[in-house]
Design a protein around this ligand. Structure first.
Ligand code: ZN
Length: 309
């Protein structure tokens, strides 16, 4: 028995969500922006991740793995909360006495607020895939800089029923440290690689200058500066909208921001510059389902040859 390969020809976030659920690719858990993934979804995700590995094979990156939590001090020091207070997730836990525990239980069972019975821990959820790595660079980097390869779970507090806007998702991320020239050349090389890789999967990918969702009125100025200096690029694919395509890959040049904060130096004594790039793995998978249909065994042969080499 073969299931037919439904393909949505129009762009409709609700319909796309419902089709992902109907094909059991995602499993709702009762909170917008959070869901399970089935084995088919995970297989495609792992295969795309492997395709990225093949592109990066000869780069000599150091592989690292971090847990989905970050030292709260690193979040504070890196100024994430100055720019994006609305997106961060701080972990709270119970520090009380037995009396507090009794109070907690009665609140829980009577469905009353219980946040006042919890206190802030030393950890936050990872707000961007590369944040755990910068403190590990403190000191003098080698003359040819550093290059790190990671896959991390990221938390963003932006609950939405729209399936490509998730509260938790995985990013395949590379981080480069070095002179301004080294990191910009590397970023530009990956911008081309990213577009080439996605187009080889017959996805209508386009690169564009982008801005981060900085908070508030002051944030608009930061976004303008970021755009004018071309510090952020994204690769976009129409998934839930033709007019507002979805960013599946983002490239950020931080200049000396992290170098200054975490004391990362070049052998010359100057502050090192950093850049990162990340593939939003779930979003790439969703772009594949949107473009080629919900049944991967029936995707075009050329696409399958890339992912099932
Ligand atoms: Zn990053």
């Amino acid at each position: 028995m073969t299931s037919s390969n439904t393909r949505l020809d129009d762009f409709d976030p609700a319909k796309f969500h419902d089709e992902l659920v109907r094909h059991k690719l995602i499993i709702p858990v009762g909170v917008p922006g959070a869901f399970g993934r089935n084995h088919v979804f995970e297989d495609v995700l792992a295969r795309f991740d492997d395709a990225v590995t093949r592109v990066a094979r000869d780069d000599g990156a150091e592989k690292m793995l971090f847990p989905p939590i970050l030292n709260r001090k690193v979040l504070q020091d890196s100024e994430f909360l100055d720019s994006f207070p609305q997106l961060a997730g701080t972990v709270f836990s119970f520090f009380g006495t037995e009396a507090h525990h009794l109070e907690l239980q009665s609140c829980l069972h009577e469905d009353k607020p219980w946040a006042h019975l919890q206190g802030m821990t030393d950890v936050v959820l990872i707000p961007a895939a590369c944040y755990p790595v910068y403190p590990s660079f403190t000191g003098v980097v080698p003359a040819d800089g550093r290059l790190v390869d990671m896959q991390n779970w990221v938390f963003r507090h932006e609950p939405s029923p729209e399936p490509t806007r998730m509260q938790a998702f995985r990013v395949r991320e590379f981080v480069r440290v070095g002179t301004p020239d080294m990191v910009v050349t590397w970023r530009d090389m990956w911008l081309q690689r990213g577009v080439d890789l996605l187009r080889a999967l017959e996805l209508p990918a386009q690169a564009d200058v982008a801005t981060d969702p900085f908070f508030g009125r002051g944030g608009r100025m930061l976004a303008k500066g970021q755009k004018d200096q071309k510090l952020k690029f994204e690769v976009l694919i129409p998934v839930i909208s033709r007019e507002k395509p979805t960013a599946v890959c983002s490239f950020n040049y931080h200049q000396d921001h992290f170098g200054k904060i975490f004391g990362i130096k070049l052998p010359s004594g100057e502050v090192a510059h950093t850049a990162c790039l990340g593939f939003g793995l779930e979003r790439v998978v969703m772009a594949l389902f949107k473009t080629h249909g919900f049944v991967p065994s029936q995707w075009p042969k050329t696409v399958r040859e890339q992912l099932w080499p």
